[in-house]
Design a protein around this ligand. Structure first.
Ligand SMILES: [Zn+2]
Length: 428
């Protein structure tokens, strides 16, 4: 097996240390480790993190291979420093059976750029009427533990209650896309001053907050575990904070774009800013940053949502909702959280690796950088500054809101069980 010595990296942002990888495992962490016959990666000034874990990725395969495939999506993940991604169930066909989740799981294993953990649908066909085969998906080779109808809300309270009861038996979790459907009919952007001025249909904060309030109460009633996808409002933060203070078993995520962008950008009518939940206000952005810093929000999740050019390059009303995010996530988090002093690198390791791995039960990921652990690692150059160029993306899609924007930091190396999937910024 090959040996790699990462020399002089700041592990989780701390003191410079050497990390020796032997085969699939971290063999040692210390100062002045002898290189021997190992390949040396000079890492002075760089940050070494546990491999990042994304609890919310849309890989689009099967069914929409024109926007992304498991291969291109996992290459994008490796470029962004991820060693594991959870693939959302809104594919064609929907991942609502053991057969489909096993197919996605196997494709991830075959390609080998990062581990792919399929998410199972909560309801058959994401239609919200009948529970999918949650038990069969959990017992399949894919070992599904996270269930979500993401893209749609499980809006029927009885179905949500039954799903929470069902997953409790095997320690699973339901990840809710909180969107009250009646309150968001015809919604095109955040409901507020800007939507009123532009005359676009509003997506009110209460449509998110009312579902979160209901679901944390259902989780308490059932004694089960609920995860809230992509929090986007200050009010949602307050509800989750209240629920946690009561001891309710709730976790929550925020996307990089909701930590940086606001609905003011919609004035451009550029559909690259159209996303669900929508970009909110500056006040919401600041509340989300604070909540991620104090742990009310547990994790950053990308909601990587690739779309082909023709689905985004059209008038605002007709454009698809969503943004790609895997290849820019860490830079946006450095920009909004680290460079602002809200979070240190150990905090980034927690919010982007330890905590998402724990919530999704991703075995072998989100582990400490210490001897005997699987060598799932990400090396970052935090001093790098550069404009985002989507032409260089590994993703099949280019729908990024950051084109031309200068962002800090760059992932230089990603190691999946000791194998470099990204080496000096190039996919291996
Ligand atoms: Zn969603």
């Amino acid at each position: 097996m090959s040996k790699i010595l990462i020399r002089g990296a700041r592990v989780l942002g701390g003191e410079a240390q050497d990390v020796l990888i032997d085969g699939e495992t971290i063999a040692g962490v210390g100062t002045d480790l002898p290189a021997g016959d190992a390949t040396v990666v000079e890492a002075e000034g760089r940050i070494l993190l546990p491999g990042l874990v994304d609890l919310h990725t849309h890989l689009r395969e099967p069914g929409r291979e024109d926007s992304e495939t498991v291969l291109t999506g996992t290459r994008a993940a490796a470029s962004g420093g991820f060693t594991a991604v959870f693939a959302m169930a809104n594919t064609f066909p929907v991942a609502d059976t053991a057969g489909v989740v096993e197919q996605v799981y196997r494709l991830g294993q075959e390609h080998g750029y990062c581990d792919v953990q399929p998410i199972g649908a909560v309801t058959v066909g994401l239609e919200g009427r009948k529970l999918a085969e949650l038990g069969a998906m959990h017992e399949s080779a894919a070992g599904v533990t996270v269930f979500s109808d993401d893209g749609k809300c499980v809006d029927d309270a009885v179905i949500m209650r039954r799903a929470l009861e069902y997953v409790k038996a095997f320690g699973g979790v339901v990840a809710q896309h909180a969107q009250e459907p009646r309150l968001t009919e015809g919604a095109q952007m955040n409901e507020g001053v800007v939507s009123a001025e532009l005359g676009l249909g509003g997506w009110p904060a209460v449509a998110e907050e009312s579902i979160i309030a209901r679901d944390v109460l259902l989780a308490e009633h059932v004694g089960s575990r609920v995860h809230i996808c992509h929090l986007s409002t200050a009010g949602s933060v307050e509800i989750v904070r209240w629920a946690k203070s009561r001891g309710i078993d709730v976790t929550a995520e925020v996307t990089p774009h909701h930590l940086l962008l606001t609905d003011e950008l919609v004035r451009s009518y550029n559909p690259v800013y159209k996303v669900n939940p929508p970009l909110r206000t500056e006040r919401d952005v600041m509340a989300l940053r604070e909540a991620l810093a104090d742990g009310t929000i547990d994790i950053v999740a990308t909601d990587h949502a690739p779309h082909p050019h023709e689905d985004k390059d059209c008038e605002w009303a007709a454009a698809a909702m969503g943004m790609v995010g895997l290849e820019t996530a860490l830079s946006v988090v450095q920009h909004t959280m680290v460079d602002t002093g809200l979070l240190d690198w150990a905090g980034v390791a927690d919010r982007m690796s330890f905590a998402p791995a724990r919530i999704g039960r991703a075995t072998g990921h989100g582990r400490p950088v210490s001897a005997g652990e699987p060598a799932n690692l990400t090396l970052v150059d935090p001093a790098y500054r550069g404009a985002v160029d989507p032409a260089g993306f590994a993703s099949r899609s280019r729908n990024t809101p950051y084109e031309g924007r200068e962002l800090p930091g760059r992932v230089t190396h990603t190691f999946l069980r000791g194998r470099a999937t990204l080496m000096d910024g190039k996919l291996a």
